[in-house]
Ligand binder design. Structure first.
Ligand SMILES: C[S@@+](CC[C@H](N)C(=O)[O-])C[C@H]1O[C@@H](n2cnc3c(N)ncnc32)[C@H](O)[C@@H]1O
Length: 275
């Protein structure tokens, strides 16, 4: 398995991705808060944010657990964890700490800080080669009765636009292919209930959030920011040609609120209890 230094998160960790993740969190924070509530998140608890990125969910989690709780943000990206630490200090959230490490070797990264009441992993399992290792590490990190909340993808290639366009179908297929080629799995939630059961969890809840966006809506900007960042990467990776990318943006930029919409990839929600 590649080490943290050898492998790079497929979207990179630059400022454009930091901004995109901020918008993404604002648009999906209602779903996150509802899932945490379902899992019993409460003041005073200890929470692990698995693959926390720049920490947007961690900051919200910290406000719920309050100053007598604790949030540990774990991510392999140094710039993202530096952002977590800087922002935690700027916001006076002394209950947050950031740790750099591989979520597939979770014990090494968080070993001294166990145990946790709740772990949260959003859009991380789809990027790792071994979700089994992540779930095993989370099982060891949680207290008996602790909850693992996951938001991630299944059936990613159902993402489409209406009316359908060949250029759109091409970039969706190339995106899924590019994740798979780098060890990820855009269908990971389809395997997750079994992985959880094998690691001693009871799956309490599975549901999905299906959304669509019309040009000009906030959700549209999430989709647009995703493609602006990722389509050039698909060209660099050799998954599509420059002509494919040009054609895609011509079609995408030509979509109109009166006539067109885009169907977002379903975000699946899983809440599991460690026995
Ligand atoms: C799409 S972002 C999601 C960030 C955050 N969970 C959120 O919802 O805002 C995926 C994150 O997973 C991290 N990541 C991917 N593979 C990882 C690994 N093996 N170990 C630690 N972090 C990883 C990336 O650095 C990135 O910050």
């Amino acid at each position: 398995m590649a080490t943290t230094d050898e492998r790079e998160y497929v979207l990179g960790t630059g400022d454009d991705e930091l901004q995109r993740l901020g918008l993404q969190h604002r648009l999906w924070s209602d779903a996150a808060h509802a899932a945490w509530k379902r899992a019993g998140l409460a003041p005073g608890q200890r929470v692990l944010d698995v693959g926390a990125g720049p920490g947007y969910a961690s900051f919200d989690l910290a406000q719920v657990v309050q100053s007598h709780g604790r949030v540990l943000a774990l991510d392999e990206s140094r710039p993202f964890i530096e952002h977590v630490r800087e922002q935690a200090a700027a916001r006076g959230l002394t209950q947050i700490d950031g740790v750099i490490g591989d979520v597939q070797r979770l014990g090494e990264a968080v070993g001294t800080q166990l145990p946790f009441d709740l772990a949260y992993a959003r859009w991380v399992l789809c990027f790792v080669a071994s979700p089994e290792s992540v779930v095993a590490g989370v099982a060891r990190a949680l207290k008996p009765g602790g909850r693992f909340v996951v938001h991630d993808y299944f059936n990613y290639e159902a993402m489409t636009c209406a009316p359908r366009r060949e250029s759109y179908a091409k970039v969706v297929a190339a995106t899924a292919r590019s994740w798979r080629a780098r060890g990820g799995d855009p269908d990971v939630v389809g395997r997750l209930p079994r992985i959880l059961r094998d690691q001693g969890f009871v799956v309490e809840h599975i549901d999905q959030h299906q959304r669509l966006a019309r040009p000009g809506e906030s959700m549209w900007h999430w989709v647009a920011s995703w493609w602006r960042n990722f389509v050039p990467k698909l060209v660099q990776m050799g998954e599509i040609t420059e002509a494919d990318a040009r054609r895609f943006f011509e079609d995408f930029d030509g979509m109109r609120a009166e006539t067109d919409f885009t169907v977002l990839p379903n975000v699946y929600e899983v809440v599991a209890r460690r026995v």
